[in-house]
Design a protein around this ligand. Structure first.
Ligand code: PLP
Length: 427
């Protein structure tokens, strides 16, 4: 019998490229039809066919409190009653900016935008304006959104699709993007040695979470800080995933390394389309209308989106023990997975930092893009299909992270582990 998801997908592919509005939602790399989701509550997703899944994507991060959190939904509904958009300044924007500056000490000023992509491209422009330099250093396998200059050897969907570079990116846009290897400071020093005076910024995911999950090696982030200081380049942490996830002050707090600029997305909007960039006052003061770096947005700081973000961040800020619990949950869960693949004699690697984790099907330790790519994506596809078929909704691609939320109970996680165990024992 044909499912409702299958019917919807057949209709979707006629009118939406690939049937999806973002490539990572497609099931191309594992086969099968994307599940069309009707609703979600806590850690559970319900599809159009009435199937229930325990969700390990969490909308790719934002749902750190679980889906449809009562306080977040209430705030949004209340904001809607006052109007959907004014295109004018609101009190909510001030509250949001104060919250972010209060939670993340390195942020002295912040500007709201509508997505992570926008946050990163704006932060890069600010860094270039500040330094009056053009070149940037990015790491192979890190994903910073889909703007031209950053879609060079990007992670996430681009990596899964085997498209290290996108069509339609003019060579001129990519020529100022210098590629370095994650966890390899020498590859960064090489660029600075050659043209350090022309490099505006180094942008990095402080925990790489778009080539699976790759933690920074000890000293890596500190080393980037030092290099940037030496050459007066701007250090940008792309905390679109790690921000408000590893702790109230993100990866910069977790690893105690302070960037000059930070980009946010995902969690900051509580599920609404929000991004933000901020950092040192002397850089942010260059942003229009105060300074000469132009950046604007008709719907930026939208009151409904701010209501969701404020509600979520406020809850996270008021209960910092949330992070202790969430990170502990992650240590336990990924530790269990590591043990079970070991017991099953599988050539697998489990990488994790707090609630973010990834299971790779390779016997090599995964420390960068090259080693991540050694993962057997066919083996992953089989495993992933089995898990989704048994009610555990994993990202349908090897190079995506698993996201835990506060709504995942021990019981749910134990069930997932049992299902994985069954799968590996049957192989
Ligand atoms: C998701 C992501 C982005 C892009 O954010 P969008 O909201 O999808 O545009 C940028 N950087 C990182 C690290 C991301 O994970």
């Amino acid at each position: 019998m044909i499912t409702r998801s299958e019917t919807l997908f057949q209709e979707a592919v006629e009118v939406i490229p690939g049937g999806v509005n973002s490539p990572v939602r497609a099931f191309g790399s594992i086969g099968g039809t994307p599940r069309f989701i009707q609703s979600a509550k806590g850690a559970c997703l319900y599809d159009e066919d009435g199937n229930c899944y325990i969700d390990f994507i969490g909308s790719w991060g934002p749902m750190i409190l679980g889906h449809s959190h009562e306080k977040v939904v209430e705030s949004v509904v209340e904001a809607c009653r006052h109007g959907l958009s004014f295109g004018a300044a609101t009190a909510a924007e001030v509250e949001m900016a104060k919250l972010v500056c209060g939670m993340v000490p390195s942020i002295e000023m912040v500007r709201m935008v509508n997505s992570g992509t926008e946050a990163v491209m704006s932060a890069i422009r600010a860094a270039r304006g500040f330094t009056r330099r053009d070149k940037i250093v990015k790491f192979t396998g890190c994903y910073h959104g889909h703007s031209d200059g950053l879609l060079v050897h990007a992670g996430s969907g681009a990596m899964t699709a085997g498209m290290p570079d996108s069509l339609g990116v003019p060579a001129g846009c990519a020529k100022d993007t210098l590629l370095a290897e994650y966890n390899n400071l020498d590859s960064v020093k090489m660029h600075f040695g050659r043209c350090g005076e022309e490099i505006a910024a180094v942008i990095v995911e402080p925990v790489a979470a778009n080539m699976g999950v790759v933690p920074p090696a000890p000293g890596f982030l500190e080393g980037l800080r030092e290099i940037c200081d030496t050459y007066h380049a701007v250090l940008i942490f792309d905390e679109v995933i790690t921000g408000f996830r590893l702790g109230v002050d993100g990866a910069q707090g977790y690893y105690q390394v302070t960037p000059d600029l930070t980009t946010f997305g995902k969690i900051i909007g509580g599920g609404m389309p929000v991004g933000a960039y901020g950092g040192k006052r002397e850089i942010m003061e260059l942003v229009a209308p105060l300074g000469g770096v132009y950046q604007a947005g008709t719907l930026s700081g939208n009151p409904v989106a701010m209501a969701a973000g404020i509600a979520q961040l406020t809850l996270l800020k008021e209960y910092p023990e949330y992070y202790h619990d969430l990170n502990k949950k992650g240590d336990w869960f990924y530790g269990k997975i590591e043990q079970l693949v070991k017991d099953a004699g599988m050539p697998c690697q489990v990488n994790h930092v707090g609630s973010l984790g990834c299971l790779y099907f390779t016997d090599q330790q995964v420390i960068n893009y090259e080693t991540a790519k050694t993962s057997d994506t066919q083996a992953f596809a089989q495993y992933c299909n089995y898990m989704i078929g048994h009610g555990f909704y994993l990202a349908p691609a090897q190079f995506e992270a698993m996201f835990l939320s506060l709504a995942h109970t021990d019981e749910m996680l134990e069930k997932a582990i049992l299902c994985m165990k069954d799968y590996f024992e049957r192989l």
